[in-house]
Ligand binder design. Structure first.
Ligand SMILES: Cc1cc2nc3c(=O)[nH]c(=O)nc-3n(C[C@H](O)[C@H](O)[C@H](O)COP(=O)(O)OP(=O)(O)OC[C@H]3O[C@@H](n4cnc5c(N)ncnc54)[C@H](O)[C@@H]3O)c2cc1C
Length: 478
């Protein structure tokens, strides 16, 4: 296999240690080889070879998904896509056509040259836009434009047998400007974590930048107060983002290693409002509405920075939140969900309690999405990966969080394998059957990033068998 890989890539790396695990609690696995693509065609050639040899392949860019989703299969191949970094911007249609290695900071700089912008996740600037979009991530324009999956206008991908496929308008016109009106095969690659094919190009919407922009911070005494602001602000259509961030984030940014308990006088959540306009009067009008809806006077981020320069990571995106990434022990994990806006306060309160009971400061991140059709709710643990007891507590907390949030109608995104036991038994049986059929049709030998969605060979027969719970067969060990 090694010689064949060298024939495709020119070299293989057996220095696999950096690719075994990630910063989460998920169990590391040791791949046999790491190969780095420099041309998209190599992806097809690799998949043809891997299918013939039945060797698993895990595509990876930065590996910062915080869900163990780029941890390879034991003995498999890691396909490093960081060097595929080309991008084209169709400025007239505000669409970028990007390769997997294109990063948030790279795309921001390229878009700005055309007066365009994209809005950011709180992700490190050197992570992949393409992988983030395929995982249905979100950022500072998701209140207006929805999650990143909604911004995808089509893909170029390689299937497990090496077949190249283009979806969206580009399938006919070569221009990736719209996802429809052909059958939406783009969705076959969204939310699948590389288990249906490896995407080598992604059409991605950009947005016109306004002349004036503001970021204000509103301290909210309680989660309930913050939720009320998000719920009332979302449908006004005046704000690009209303993002709530729990109190531990500020404490960590100020260098407090183990914050808590919270002082009762301290705000529980800070809401960051991001908005813009083409003239200053309109910007002023938006600020007035924000002030009227807010429980306290909005403070411009720049003023806050004068008082407290340590908060700079929150001021300008993309940003590297070093207090989450570069602390001793380096562990980071979360349960992120999309769900009902009207249960945001309850979800945040319940999730905070679960974290506090297990000794973690309750870091909540929440925002309304797509004009308020739904909300994102994420509960985050910062932990010491060197400590097995603390790592185990993270595992247990995440299962408890997923269970409680699913009860409230929230759906985990970037679903790690450790949460399959909570998600799969409650999925619609027909959905599960279809998921299995799609996976098996596109990857009959199961070589593509195995176990990201389990291979449920029994779902087809079980779901049509009355009186039995087909979900039971999906649980690990059953
Ligand atoms: C502190 C922190 C904050 C973050 N905040 C946010 C946030 O606010 N919003 C948000 O959306 N994200 C957030 N993220 C996640 C991060 O943005 C995403 O992980 C990133 O954009 C994806 O890039 P990556 O290089 O890390 O992908 P990887 O982790 O390398 O890959 C992600 C998944 O995609 C698969 N994959 C990779 N390439 C391909 C391909 N070409 N085709 C098919 N499948 C592929 C991988 O196998 C894996 O399953 C945050 C991460 C951190 C560490």
């Amino acid at each position: 296999m090694k010689d064949e890989l060298i024939a495709i890539f020119g070299a293989v790396s057996e220095e696999v240690s950096p690719h075994c695990g990630d910063r989460t609690e998920n169990t590391p696995h040791r791949p046999s080889f790491v190969v780095a693509a420099t041309r998209a065609e190599q992806v097809g050639e690799l998949l043809r070879l891997a299918s013939a040899r039945r060797v698993p392949v895990t595509p990876k860019v930065a590996g910062e998904n915080v869900g163990g989703l780029a941890i390879p299969a034991e003995g498999g191949i890691v396909l490093d896509l960081r060097a595929l970094r080309s991008l084209d911007i169709d400025a007239a249609h505000a669409v970028a056509w990007i390769e997997p290695g294109v990063t948030w900071e790279q795309l921001e700089a390229a878009a700005a040259r055309h007066g365009l912008a994209l809005g950011f996740p709180l992700a490190p600037p050197d992570t992949s836009v393409l992988a983030g979009a395929l995982m249905d991530g979100l950022g500072t324009r998701s209140l207006v434009h929805g999650s990143y999956a909604d911004w995808i206008t089509g893909v170029e991908a390689y299937l497990a047998d090496g077949t190249k496929v283009v979806t969206g308008s580009a399938a006919l016109s070569g221009r990736p400007i719209s996802r429809g009106p052909l059958p939406d095969l783009t969705g076959l690659f969204v939310g699948f974590f590389g288990t249906t094919g490896i995407v080598t190009r992604l059409g991605f919407c950009l947005w016109r930048e306004c002349r004036f922009r503001r970021r204000d911070v509103i301290p909210c005494r309680t989660v309930e107060e913050a939720a009320a602001l998000l719920i009332s602000g979302a449908p006004t259509g005046l704000f690009d983002d209303l993002g709530g961030l729990g109190w531990p984030a500020g404490k960590w940014a100020l260098g407090v290693d183990r914050p808590g308990p919270r002082d009762p006088g301290e705000p529980e959540v800070f809401v960051v409002a991001d908005y813009g306009a083409d003239d200053e009067r309109e910007l002023g009008r938006r600020r007035k509405v924000l002030t009227a809806l807010s429980p306290a006077e909005p403070v411009p981020v720049d003023d806050l920075l004068h008082l407290c320069p340590e908060l700079a990571p929150f001021a300008k995106l993309p940003t590297r939140l070093s207090f989450l990434l570069d602390h001793p022990g380096g562990g980071l994990s979360w349960v992120g969900t999309y769900g009902p806006l009207d249960r945001l306060a309850e979800g945040a309160r319940t999730g905070s309690r679960i974290l506090e009971q297990r000794g973690f400061p309750p870091l909540v991140v929440a925002r309304p999405m797509k004009g308020g059709h739904y909300a994102v709710l994420r509960l985050i643990e910062r932990f010491d990966r060197r400590d097995p007891e603390e790592t185990e507590r993270v595992r247990e907390a995440n299962v408890a969080l997923a269970r409680a949030l699913i009860d409230l109608g929230y759906v985990p995104y970037k679903c790690p394998a450790a949460l399959h036991g909570e998600v799969l038994p409650r999925l619609d049986p027909g959905f599960r059957t279809l998921l299995s059929r799609v996976k098996r049709a596109l990857d009959p030998h199961g070589i593509l990033n195995p176990d990201r969605w389990p291979d449920d060979a029994t779902a087809d027969t079980q779901s049509s068998c009355p009186g039995r719970d087909p979900a039971a067969t999906l649980l690990p060990g059953s």
